[in-house]
Design a protein around this ligand. Structure first.
Ligand code: PHE
Length: 392
């Protein structure tokens, strides 16, 4: 409030000062004000359902009704409305969204380095069977990821995929040998700036034949592991240029050996992908027992946070124009500029000026009064008048 009354004082003064000239121009400025330049989403209103109940969503042309996925009276179901509303959003298919931009940048890397030999699949439904999500990739029967605590269950045999690895087996069975599968994945998880119950993964899978490694004189597993690391290090430098990264040995039920790649981001090591040499049991299911393969699963949000300097994973779901307008198709060189946690407040101001008055003069006046509270000032309109005003 104070800000605006101060402003109106200034502009009436400006108008007076400008009235003595012959040619009149009227400038209209729009300024948006803010305070703290750090994002934090507004608090939910207590006692009110925060998410509107969506009755159906569209996933790749297939309509899924809310009742198919959210069943409050079924103890084997733990999908809330907040999660149902994310089905079918498919941020990875928006070319101007950071998740879509990073996906396309990874596609470019694979197209250029592997002469388009990787098939790209990105519209598979996130509703999968427990067989696809767990059994087909050798997740043990007692593994924690199978619990209702970690995974969203639609019913005892159907889940929201918790990783894109859920599609490895079916794609191998269909005959794919090198592929990239991208999609939204769902996990019940802790709350912090790098975790969100829905995020996006890209799975990479590459099958080798005996000729490939025999030529190198290497053991097949070692050959695949080296090829995998070389591929992912190349990808990291394609995306980030010089960035500090490290390999960490780990365990996945579907790969052996298994690794994680971590990137140094905001004073800490951030895990951005898991990968490894595929367990023979998975290849055998598709008659590929004489082959060797590698696989990786990349977290697209994590990569995008590092690439674009996005401090909070919740921002990816924002429709706020101050977020969405910062990104452009194909441009992965931009850095995110934080904006106010408050909604923008626009002020349109018009006044008469002389020909010598410039936009910068106006900005100086604004800065002098409101300092850094003003985020942007734009000339919206100009009107010229031939009126001659005589001053007495
Ligand atoms: N599916 C694993 C995860 O979500 C990532 C991964 C994919 C690891 C493929 C190894 C191979 O964490």
């Amino acid at each position: 409030m104070t800000i605006f009354s101060v402003q109106s004082t200034i502009f009436s003064r400006a108008s007076v000062a400008l009235l003595s000239s012959n040619g009149f121009k009227r400038f209209s400025f729009a300024s948006s004000f803010s305070s703290a330049a750090v994002y934090s989403p507004p608090l939910p209103k207590m006692k009110k359902r925060r998410y509107p109940i969506v009755s159906a969503v569209d996933i790749g042309g297939v309509t899924i009704a809310r009742n198919d996925v959210v069943r409050e009276d079924d103890p084997t179901n733990n999908v809330p409305d907040s999660i149902f509303s994310k089905l079918g959003v498919q941020l990875h298919r928006r070319d101007k969204h950071p998740i879509g931009i990073i996906k396309n940048a990874i596609y470019d890397y694979f197209d250029n380095n592997y002469s388009k030999m990787f098939d790209k699949i990105e519209d598979l439904s996130p509703i999968v069977t427990t067989k696809q999500n767990f059994d087909d990739v050798l997740v043990p029967a007692d593994h924690v990821s199978r619990s209702l605590n970690d995974t969203y269950y639609v019913d005892s045999q159907t889940v929201l995929r918790c990783h894109t690895s859920a599609h490895q087996a079916e794609l191998l069975r269909k005959g794919h040998r090198r592929f990239l599968v991208t999609g939204d994945v769902y996990r019940r998880d802790s709350i912090d700036s790098t975790h969100y119950p829905v995020f996006h993964q890209m799975e990479g899978f590459c099958v080798f034949s005996p000729e490939d490694w025999k030529e190198s004189g290497m053991d097949s597993t070692l050959y695949a592991a080296e090829d995998l690391k070389k591929c992912l290090e190349g990808l990291a430098s394609h995306l980030f240029g010089a960035v500090e990264m490290r390999w960490v040995d780990t365990y996945f039920p579907f790969t052996n050996p298994s690794f994680e790649l971590e990137i140094y981001f905001k004073d800490d090591w951030l895990e951005v992908l898991g990968c490894g040499v595929t367990e023979q049991g998975i290849l055998k299911q598709s008659g590929l027992e004489n082959n060797v393969a590698w696989a990786f699963g990349l977290g697209l949000e994590r990569l995008a946070m590092v690439l674009f300097d996005i401090p909070d994973i919740r921002l990816f779901w924002s429709d706020d124009e101050r977020f969405t307008s910062q990104f452009a198709e194909g441009d992965f060189g931009v850095k995110f500029k934080p904006f106010s946690k408050y909604p923008p407040c626009y002020k349109d101001i018009s006044f008469w000026i002389s020909e010598s008055f410039t936009e910068n003069n106006f900005c100086e006046v604004v800065r002098g009064i409101a300092g850094d509270l003003v985020e942007e000032s734009k000339v919206r309109d100009e009107v010229e008048s031939k009126l001659n005003v005589e001053l007495r």
